[in-house]
Design a protein around this ligand. Sequence first.
Ligand SMILES: NC(=O)c1ccc[n+]([C@@H]2O[C@H](COP(=O)([O-])OP(=O)(O)OC[C@H]3O[C@@H](n4cnc5c(N)ncnc54)[C@H](OP(=O)(O)O)[C@@H]3O)[C@@H](O)[C@H]2O)c1
Length: 334
Amino acid sequence: MAKSIDVVVVGATGAVGQVMLKVLEERRFPVGRLRLVASARSAGRVVEALGQRVTLEVASPEVFSPGGLALFSAGAGTSQTWCPVAAERGALAVDNSSAWRMDPSVPLVVPEVNSARITPRGIIANPNCSTIQMLVALKPLHDAAGLEQVVVSTYQAISGKGARALEEFELQRAADARGETPNHAVLPGVLSQNLLTDWKHEDSGWAEEELKMIQESRKILELPALRVTPTCVRVPVPNGHSEAVWARFSRPIGRDEALALLGAAPGISLDPRVGPGLHPQPRSFSGRDDVAVGRVRVDPSDPHALAFWVVGDNLRKGAATNAVQIAEHAFGVR
Ligand SMILES: NC(=O)c1ccc[n+]([C@@H]2O[C@H](COP(=O)([O-])OP(=O)(O)OC[C@H]3O[C@@H](n4cnc5c(N)ncnc54)[C@H](OP(=O)(O)O)[C@@H]3O)[C@@H](O)[C@H]2O)c1
């Protein structure tokens, strides 16, 4: 008989949680009993998901089945409290928040990069969305030529800040269209017709998101001294992060070799075209599970370095798809 796995989605009503349910269905994950957890605000509401009618509930130890899967996307506080409970009850907890990513005992996994770190039980952390798509692209180049340094600028979509930020952005756009001054409460300013750096900042000037890209890249690639310099920016794009990456390797690497490596790598859709508008774009890559790489160029001032452009759906490969792929490996179901 086909294996069936009890699944609980914690944060099921959120931007990532909703996509998580879609991805489980699309990839035909063998879901047994499905339970959906949200905050007390949503508990008691009945929703349709994966062909089942499910009542939203608050977190409790009973929602985690021994041998089951718990997908967390309800913020770091909820994950801090409930991932250990899920693991103690014998479930695999795959966590989308930042709560466990840098815990030395918790694997931080992008399946295309370090699937060997996946364990069948316990807690596995899903990296930050910007880190995931960058590392999918860097991995085949690193394997061939030894990555030494990365400088990256991100162009991050609003959905990365959650469902409420998207709603606020639409209100801001509507206010702009009426000639009124847009308000903001979820975002730290007006994003309509604008760019923002909206993450928490340290006194050093670094944004939390930038530090995550540095620390998580080093952990996943197992290169503790890797030089990584990110600048993270929120752009008025609803969904799909873009990144301009400059990467230096231990030896020269030509465009043809880079294209061959990227074209053969898992999880990458390579766009080798050259010309105005002929590059991966968030508008066309929103809704895709792979990562698009294009605009591959050798740095004219450094033959060891490449510049390229990476686009990924932050809610899918940057969160839900990566988490479900981890579960597929862990349960051996794909
Ligand atoms: N958006 C992205 O691209 C992205 C990418 C990678 C990782 N993440 C991470 O994933 C997590 C969720 O992000 P999101 O964008 O989906 O946020 P979101 O749209 O704001 O959704 C948050 C979800 O958490 C639920 N929740 C809030 N408090 C809870 C509690 N005490 N107990 C149980 N559930 C609770 C909410 O339920 P209610 O509807 O009842 O409030 C909702 O389902 C965050 O940790 C985020 O950093 C997001």
